[in-house]
Design a protein around this ligand. Structure first.
Ligand code: SF4
Length: 110
């Protein structure tokens, strides 16, 4: 397996994967590896346990990329289509996800 990043200057993107643009928010990525399990041609963890986008990513179909983004427990993967429209996360999902995250943090503090 070739673990070369598609973009060596920005291994976590933004990177074009076929007609999609993919970026991993390294601050949100917790190295859970769900994306690797769903789209092993697209994602791998680097030595900081953050997801990067592989040079082999164009071999995956769009559905696998989007499924990987959907499977990320922290919504760290953002996908735009060729028109620049954000496919995932959708704004409503992002709002709910971040709200739950904030509530969990508040709950663990008290
Ligand atoms: S699924 Fe999300 S948190 Fe897990 S490695 Fe991939 S981008 Fe990071």
């Amino acid at each position: 397996m070739d673990y070369t990043p598609k973009n060596s200057e920005h291994p976590s993107g933004p990177v074009k994967v076929n007609k999609l643009t993919v970026v991993v928010d390294r601050d949100l990525c917790i190295g859970a590896a769900t994306c690797l399990a769903i789209a092993p041609q697209v994602f791998v963890l680097d030595n900081e346990a953050k997801a990067i986008i592989l040079s082999t990513a164009d071999g995956a179909d769009d559905a696998a990329v989007i499924d990987a983004a959907r499977g990320c427990p922290t919504a760290a993967i953002t996908v735009h289509d060729e028109s620049g429209a954000q496919i995932f996360p959708q704004i409503i999902f992002l709002t709910i996800s971040r709200s739950v995250d904030i509530l969990l943090k508040l709950w663990t503090i008290h």
